[in-house]
Design a protein around this ligand. Structure first.
Ligand code: SF4
Length: 279
């Protein structure tokens, strides 16, 4: 049995950076809070808690004078202002997300309608919407661009973790009902490389495994992209989930993992396959 691990599996640049910032802050300040889970991965959030990095789901959960870390997804400027008024804030927003926030603010200021290709319930998009002062329109599927009325001037950005091919379709749809469209490529290079290498592996194996939190939006997108290439693709969260799949009958198994999946989970899945698989 052969296991092929895609390059760029697991933590991306922005998540590694946010984790490093959180541990450095803990070292310096003793007690620190992340504003929401630092990453969408249950196993890693439990590890952070064991290491003394606490989570505050909302501003009211923070004790007076607390040190609070903004996670890689970023937040709205209104929320950030409120946090800064009351607490010591450490900003771990990913630079790629910052770029999207700046573009959103600039395009809305210049009078364009801003269309965002993304999930309106995702924290990154909620934060970006805050920069548009209500002028951003969020659409989650390329086929839904047809529901928009015609417009003389629009700008478009994408959630950083979307699949590039989906974004191309989305932009193509918008061109149908927009006279002058300004397209910004805001999918991060880490996502592009991750999807590219995962699809390449998916095309060469009999079974593809995508490891990551069930609630992780970027893992779900990676899963969807792999499944389009290899229908025998499964989204698993831990090695235990392997028991739900008849994986032992395959000779070639491909593995990739979402941007919020820690190395120790990827390693545990690979070890289980090596230990329990046939030679
Ligand atoms: S997926 Fe991309 S944008 Fe999001 S945190 Fe990682 S590097 Fe940053």
């Amino acid at each position: 049995m052969e296991i092929l691990l895609a390059q760029e599996s697991g933590f991306c640049f922005g998540v590694r950076r946010a984790v490093k910032i959180a541990y450095e802050a803990k070292e310096k300040w003793g007690e620190v809070y992340t504003y929401g889970d630092l990453i969408h991965n249950k196993q890693f959030v439990e590890k952070l808690k064991r290491d003394g990095i606490k989570v505050a789901e909302k501003i009211d959960d923070l004790p007076p004078g607390a040190v609070v870390i903004i996670r890689s997804h970023g937040i709205s400027p209104q929320e950030e202002r409120e946090l800064r008024e009351k607490f010591k804030v450490i900003d771990a927003t990913c630079p790629y997300v910052k770029k999207s926030q700046k573009i959103a603010a600039k395009e809305v200021r210049s009078g364009k309608e801003l269309v965002i290709f993304g999930d309106r319930n995702h924290p990154e998009i909620k934060g970006i919407l805050g920069y548009t002062h209500g002028a951003g329109v969020v659409i989650s599927r390329p086929e839904d661009t047809a529901t928009l009325p015609s417009s003389p001037r629009r700008a478009v950005i994408s959630q950083t973790t979307n699949d590039l091919e989906d974004y191309k379709k989305f932009v193509g749809g918008l061109m149908e009902n927009t006279e002058r469209l300004t397209v910004h490529q805001t999918i991060c290079s880490s996502t592009i490389q991750k999807h590219r290498s995962a699809k390449e592996i998916a095309s060469r194996v009999e079974l593809m495994l995508v490891i990551g939190g069930k609630h992780s939006s970027n893992t779900r997108k990676l899963f969807k992209a792999c499944r389009a290439i290899q229908p025998n693709t499964h989204h698993i969260e831990t090695p235990r989930d392997l028991d739900l799949i008849d994986w032992r009958k395959y000779e070639k198994i491909g593995i990739t993992a979402g941007a919020s999946t820690p190395d120790f989970v990827i390693k545990a899945v690979m070890e289980k396959i090596k230990e329990e698989g046939h030679d």
